[in-house]
Write a protein that binds this ligand. Structure first.
Ligand SMILES: Cc1cc2nc3c(=O)[nH]c(=O)nc-3n(C[C@H](O)[C@H](O)[C@H](O)COP(=O)(O)O)c2cc1C
Ligand SMILES: Nc1ncnc2c1ncn2[C@@H]1O[C@H](COP(=O)(O)OP(=O)(O)O)[C@@H](O)[C@H]1O
Length: 314
């Protein structure tokens, strides 16, 4: 898969493409449907699918506050490819780009740079200065600049599947509903760092503490079942069923919010310094402050058994 960044870096003289564009945060089932449609059109035309991704999030540039990210840039590109993109183009969302009138945007980005033969977008797609352009405007401009436009209805299960909805489900700890919207478990990534060294010694449950990038969409504080994963060079992955804790460890009067995972039945791992990921499949309970370490350890033991049932079938 090819990845380019910027408006000027795409080599000139490339052929035409089927373009789908947006922020694609989370690459949720709605995005997946748009990508599938683009892939279908592209195979009919014998052209590649180019996913054009605005980055940073337009809300950050337009002063609406940057939302927490469901997917980092690398993971997003990987997911876009998995769902049918042949190439990913990052379009730096600058104030200048935001100010381009709808027709200028179409001419410069879609026609001149991406050489779109077809553009596939969700029905709520907006573009151009002041978000003045919608799908109808895009279709009219497509007639002038030589591309067709396909509009994909929003996927809904009574409520539209959107990145904002996934963020609010995660903020409420509802990782199961988030999983339904995403079509897979929500994942956060980070490097394993040293914690307070209590896990193994004091509690009997060593935990890998993930240092997640700022503005990562971490689910609400609580205890979850899921997986701890490691991407090895070449793409091979190790994965372990895991009991995951998100919170400040109030039993120890902690203040820093941590994401930590205990890989079930393993105490022989050395994960410090590795890039790892945690996937959240089920919520088990809220984060609690216990009066004694014994009560915490007893509860953690029960959490681990519950994770075993949920993840390994007992
Ligand atoms: C399954 C599980 C459940 C946990 N539940 C709680 C909890 O309810 N309250 C709490 O204060 N800490 C909880 N923790 C976090 C522990 O306090 C934390 O893992 C421990 O202090 C080790 O920290 P360290 O990795 O910084 O050494 C939990 C951890 C795990 C793995
Ligand atoms: N089953 C396991 N799950 C997670 N980490 C493990 C496991 N077994 C060993 N480890 C290692 O032990 C470290 C955690 O030990 P812990 O005593 O909790 O220390 P820390 O406070 O630094 O997190 C992890 O970072 C990892 O390298």
């Amino acid at each position: 898969m090819r990845r380019w960044r910027g408006l000027d870096e795409v080599p000139e003289g490339r052929g035409r493409s089927v373009v789908t564009l947006g922020v694609f945060d989370g690459v949720h089932r709605g995005h997946q449907r748009v990508l599938a449609r683009a892939a279908g059109t592209a195979s009919g035309l014998g052209l590649p699918v180019v996913a054009a991704v605005f980055d940073p999030h337009p809300d950050a540039v337009l002063g609406r506050g940057e939302p927490e990210a469901l997917t980092g840039a690398d993971r997003k590109a990987e997911l876009l490819a998995e769902h049918g993109a042949d190439a990913v183009r990052v379009l730096p969302f600058t104030p200048e780009l935001a100010r381009l009138p709808a027709e200028e945007f179409v001419r410069r980005v879609l026609a001149d740079r991406l050489r779109a033969a077809a553009v596939v977008v969700g029905e709520d797609f907006r573009f151009g200065s002041g978000a003045a352009g919608d799908v109808e405007v895009l279709r009219a401009l497509g007639g002038k600049y030589g591309f067709t436009v396909e509009e994909v209805p929003l996927l809904s299960d009574g409520e539209a599947v959107t990145s904002a909805r996934v963020r609010s489900l995660l903020a409420a700890g509802d990782v199961a509903a988030a999983r339904d919207c995403l079509g897979r478990a929500h994942r956060v990534e980070g490097v394993v760092v040293h914690g307070a060294a209590r896990g193994r010694e004091l509690l009997g449950f060593p935990t890998a503490n993930l240092d997640c990038p700022p503005r990562t969409a971490v689910p609400a504080d609580g205890v979850y079942a899921g997986r701890l994963l490691r991407s090895a060079p070449g793409g091979a992955e190790s994965r372990w069923a895991a009991a995951i804790s998100v919170g400040t460890n109030p039993t120890f009067e902690g203040t820093a919010r941590t994401v930590e995972a205990y890989a079930l039945d393993r105490d022989d791992l050395d994960l410090y310094g590795l890039r790892m990921a945690v996937e959240f499949t089920h919520r088990i309970r809220p984060m609690l402050r216990f009066d004694s370490v014994e009560e915490l350890v007893e509860t953690m033991g029960r959490d681990v058994e519950r994770c075993r049932e949920l993840l390994l079938g007992g």
